[in-house]
Design a protein around this ligand. Structure first.
Ligand SMILES: [Zn+2]
Length: 174
């Protein structure tokens, strides 16, 4: 039964995905370090914390129904900084992969992005998440005021030190 629409890669460059993510963050009035749950609820969606092994069986990590309502499922017992990245990643699927095809959704059909999609689709969602959570200008400012202390920078953006480190490399700060 074909009742699920799966994400397709946009094929857009890393630069344009990052630019897009920053624009969306601005439009949503997201300020670094604030609640991602609120972002999702402001979009009329909700975040569900489910048992790790149920994330996929619970219907995937992002489900959007034919009314455009989104449900983000993330595993319980993970750190909040990890959760932030996961939710931002799912928002990436929503804006990059769901919105362009929302009119193709038939009645009763759902859009579903699993945790383990194709590489390109997952990269795009990760690029989105990274730029959404750590906009370039503010990241550079924070990096310089914290003198490159990646833990302090990560703390400022409520991301893991690893995520901040990847962003710093991307922006050629280290
Ligand atoms: Zn994904």
């Amino acid at each position: 039964m074909i009742n699920k629409l799966k994400p397709q890669a946009t094929g857009h460059s890393k630069e344009s995905v990052e630019r897009f993510a920053e624009q969306i963050a601005t439009l949503l009035h997201y300020s670094p370090g604030s609640s991602l749950d609120d972002v999702v609820s402001n979009l009329g969606g909700e975040v569900g914390y489910v048992d790790f092994w149920d994330v996929n069986s619970a219907g995937g990590a992002l489900i959007v129904d034919d009314k455009g309502r989104m449900k983000v499922n993330i595993p319980q017992h993970t750190s909040s900084v990890r959760d932030n990245f996961t939710i931002a990643h799912e928002l990436g699927h929503y804006f990059l992969h769901f919105l362009p095809v929302r009119d193709n959704l038939k009645s009763g059909q759902v859009f579903e992005a699993n945790r383990y999609g194709s590489d390109r689709v997952e990269w795009e969602a990760n690029w989105f998440a990274s730029a959404f959570l750590m906009p370039e200008h503010e990241f550079k400012k924070s990096y310089s005021s914290h003198k490159g202390n990646i833990f302090a920078v990560a703390d400022h953006f409520s991301v893991s030190p690893r995520a901040a480190e990847i962003r710093a490399k991307r922006l050629q700060l280290d």
